[in-house]
Write a protein that binds this ligand. Structure first.
Ligand SMILES: C[S@@+](CC[C@H](N)C(=O)[O-])C[C@H]1O[C@@H](n2cnc3c(N)ncnc32)[C@H](O)[C@@H]1O
Length: 200
């Protein structure tokens, strides 16, 4: 049986592999399983700081891909593909500006956004952020596009999953091995975006 990699081992491995955070392995595992990031694709990364997912995305899209990352915190990165970062709140984004930066609609929207955890109502804040992610995805993704977003399991989880299924032909939840065992965080992974609704 394959030996499980512990969280400390992911931390050490990220240092050795040159990733800014061990969360890099969560995206690698999500992508290995669900093929979220196409070569040469355009990827929008919401909640991208410090940038380890963008490092992985750059490897996956290759030299011809384009990335746009957004976070409240400024991000400093060196990547081989074209990329843009925006320091700001995802609740205040202009979808047209994001598409302009990328040169067109995105193939994939990813979100590893987490609210500040207080131990009370974290799941509700996470669900609220996921709804903002779904709204951005609806106005920036190409039909057929893909989504991967973090959500804290809790009272609103099933509703957010249902709302994702309105926009995508397939959506399910998945917890990569690199996620802490005790954490309530999981990911919603969705494929085949149906296209923006005319009168949502
Ligand atoms: C777990 S970290 C992301 C790690 C990143 N995927 C990586 O691998 O480097 C979550 C990020 O979400 C950001 N965030 C939380 N709320 C946000 C919001 N409203 N708008 C933009 N970013 C937000 C935080 O600043 C934080 O950097």
């Amino acid at each position: 049986m394959a030996r499980r990699v512990t969280q400390d081992q992911y931390f050490k491995k990220a240092k050795e592999d040159g990733y800014l955070a061990r969360s890099a392995y969560k995206l690698k595992q999500l992508n290995d399983r669900f093929d979220l990031v196409p070569q040469g694709g355009r990827v929008l990364d919401l909640g991208c700081a410090p940038g380890s997912w963008m490092q992985v995305e750059a490897e996956l899209v290759g030299l011809r891909g384009t990335l746009v990352g957004v976070d409240l915190k400024p991000v400093e990165l060196k990547l081989k593909c074209e990329f843009h970062t925006i320091a700001g709140d995802i609740n205040k984004l202009d979808p047209e500006h994001l598409k302009e930066l990328a040169g067109g609609q995105f193939d994939t929207v990813l979100s590893d956004i987490a609210p500040n955890t207080t131990g009370h109502g974290d799941d509700l804040r996470s669900a609220h952020l996921c709804r903002a992610v779904l709204n951005i995805a609806e106005h920036t993704l190409r039909p057929g596009g893909r989504l991967g977003m973090k959500i804290f399991d809790g009272a609103e989880f099933q509703d957010v999953l249902k709302e994702t299924r309105v926009l995508f032909q397939q959506a399910k939840s998945y917890k990569p091995d690199a996620t802490r065992d005790v954490s309530r965080e999981t990911y919603i992974v969705a494929r085949n975006f149906r296209g923006a609704r005319v009168n949502p």
